[in-house]
Write a protein that binds this ligand. Structure first.
Ligand SMILES: [Zn+2]
Length: 168
């Protein structure tokens, strides 16, 4: 993180869509140690896992997910389970904010029944200095490019975020 922040480059959206819709569940694949779903984890406990997004649109973009394969946070998680997920999401967000310059922390649940259905929460820090019209959805959309990051810098970033989190 001593270097200039990574720049956004066009993403191979077709490949991403194919992977999302035809591949295994990405969260379950990570948990199973699938070789094509390597990741940099930042947190893990009995029920949850958090890791750096493989396609970060913002530096420090993390995904938080329950280990159990559930597809609707409204219907499949009761209030207790939802609050437990949000507790981990809040912890991860604080650790991310302590690790990278953050003007605003975005947090949202995406996914689709047709791909990436496993409930997962995005935690994505907007750095200072982004023009207003490039914030919010614009900043989150991979259609506007993803950060050009290498494995080494992501490993270092994950280590920094982990250092701000309690061990699971
Ligand atoms: Zn799953």
């Amino acid at each position: 993180m001593d270097n200039a922040p990574p720049v956004r480059v066009p993403m191979d959206l077709e490949r991403f869509v194919r992977r999302s819709r035809e591949g295994p569940c990405f969260v379950c694949a990570i948990l199973a140690g699938h070789p094509n779903y390597s990741h940099h984890d930042v947190y893990e406990d009995e029920d949850f896992i958090a890791f750096l997004s493989r396609y970060p649109t913002l530096f420090g973009h993390c995904i938080v997910a329950p280990k159990r394969h559930v597809e609707s946070w409204v219907h499949d998680l009761d209030e207790e389970a939802f609050l437990a997920l949000q507790r981990v999401t809040h912890r991860v967000a604080r650790a991310v904010a302590a690790s990278v310059p953050t003007e605003r922390m975005y947090s949202l649940s995406l996914g689709s029944k047709q791909g990436n259905a496993h409930v997962h929460w995005h935690v994505a820090p907007l750095p200072p200095g982004v023009p207003y019209e490039q914030q919010q959805y614009h900043a989150l959309m991979s259609e506007n490019g993803v950060l050009s990051v290498d494995d080494e810098s992501q490993a270092a970033l994950a280590q920094t975020i982990r250092s701000h989190l309690p061990a699971g």
